[in-house]
Design a protein around this ligand. Structure first.
Ligand code: ASP
Ligand code: MG
Length: 411
């Protein structure tokens, strides 16, 4: 018998029939003897509908009023799910964020949770009730309704699981787990049984957009075991935990991540003197443009080339800033290239296994993929390559690290 916090996303509660299916599921967990706290999103499309409605009246509504409006979507689904549970003779109560006192700061539309008082919910649980809580919302110290940013119901669920010391936080969604890479690119991609929070953060930031990143960070910070599973099919999903497998047989690499949203800027012929990196990247940082991979070549004749990548949406701004710096620094030329992609191998196992980089570079060379830039961290090696080669690179790395499933994609 366990205390489970289960979160059901917008598609899982997208219509009355689906809400009834969720109620069936929750009722089964109850019948098996578990205590269940449910967090729900608004019906799919509802938050966007409400935002459009607001903009049809005023293009720039005050954030406080926006929160008042968009928080209603989740209130609808909590009440409907409670009703569906009652119909199944399961005692249940719905609450919005302010009733639970999910206390947040005052940053409307992107508030952060500061405190949750678990006592009230615990009293309900002790009386045998299922508690259904509205995701994505809280209340500030003055009683104003706040929301947590798009996708914020995941964070609500993790925060409740932490506050109640739940045994597991289960995120029910429309995919059945986290995969070794995107199955649309590599059909032999396999569902991972288990990964660490750190690996999940690296995989999620590049394509496998299953969970709100903040929720993963939060779960890691409070060591809440997190499981991603399908609302529509039975299966164990993927467990995201703290543990790193001590098992020597455990795979070194958890998955292959990639990102098409990068662009490269190169300043050619920069004087090779102290302070140059700062003079180039300082103004870029001041403009709040995030720099990803950086490379500086060895200098020749007192000059060097300096290359870095930014997200494609920042390319024009970064270019404008650099044109100015190139003139000031007396550099030779600025070149930009937006037809690049980043491919990364991710795995905590590389901490204890040497040669991951060599295996990666060998696999890429065997299929003729040219590496333009490399960056490494303790659990990730990334390369920047020409965008046209992205799929080939992902597939060859997936094979080289033995990630494919025996029978293709597990359902
Ligand atoms: N309904 C909110 C959104 O669409 C929160 C969520 O679904 O997690 O962003
Ligand atoms: Mg969502």
């Amino acid at each position: 018998m366990a205390l489970l916090v289960q979160k059901y996303g917008g598609t899982s509660v997208g219509c009355p029939e689906r809400i009834e299916r969720v109620a069936d599921k929750v009722a089964r967990f109850r019948a098996d003897g578990h205590d269940v706290v449910v967090v729900v999103s608004a019906m799919s499309g509802e938050t966007n509908r409400l935002l459009d409605l607001a903009r049809s009246i005023e293009p720039h509504p005050q954030p406080r009023e926006l929160d008042m409006l968009v928080s209603t979507g989740e209130q609808v689904t909590t009440a409907l799910l409670s009703m569906a549970l009652h119909k199944r003779q399961v005692p249940a109560r719905s609450y919005n964020g302010s009733q639970v006192r999910i206390l947040t700061d005052t940053a409307h539309t992107k508030a952060r949770i500061q405190h949750i008082d678990g006592h009230k919910l615990r009293a309900d649980i002790d009386q045998g009730r299922v508690v259904v809580v509205a995701g994505f919302q809280g209340v500030d110290p003055d009683g104003n309704i706040t929301t947590l940013g798009r996708g914020g119901s995941d964070t609500t669920a993790v925060a409740l699981a932490a506050a109640l010391s739940a045994d597991e936080c289960q995120i029910y969604t429309d995919v059945d787990g986290v995969y070794t890479t995107d199955p649309r690119i590599e059909s032999s991609a396999r569902r991972l049984e288990k990964i660490t929070f750190e690996e999940m953060l690296e995989l999620a930031s590049m394509g496998s957009k299953v969970l709100q990143l903040r929720a993963v960070e939060f779960a890691g910070k409070y060591a809440v075991p997190l499981r991603v599973l399908s609302s529509f099919e039975e299966g164990p999903g993927t467990l995201i935990t703290m543990d790193e497998d001590a098992d020597m047989e455990a795979p070194t690499i958890a998955g292959i991540a990639f990102n098409r949203d990068e662009a490269k800027l190169t300043v050619l012929g920069v004087p090779d003197t102290p302070g140059v990196a700062y003079e180039i990247l300082g103004p870029v940082g001041e403009a709040n443009i995030e720099v990803d991979v950086i490379l500086q070549n060895t200098g020749e004749d007192g000059h060097t080339d300096f290359t870095f990548t930014v997200s494609r949406s920042d390319l024009n701004d970064a270019r404008a800033i650099l044109e100015h710096s190139v003139a000031q620094l007396g550099a030779k030329e600025l070149r930009v290239d937006s037809k690049i992609a980043k491919v990364s191998v991710v795995g905590v196992g590389m901490r204890s296994h040497a040669n991951v980089a060599a295996r990666m570079f060998k696999a890429l060379s065997e299929v003729g993929v040219n590496i333009q830039m490399i960056s490494t961290s303790e659990i990730k090696i990334s390369v920047i390559i020409e965008e046209n080669y992205l799929e080939l690179a992902v597939r060859s790395l997936h094979t080289a690290f033995g990630l494919e499933g025996d029978a293709g994609v597990q359902q």
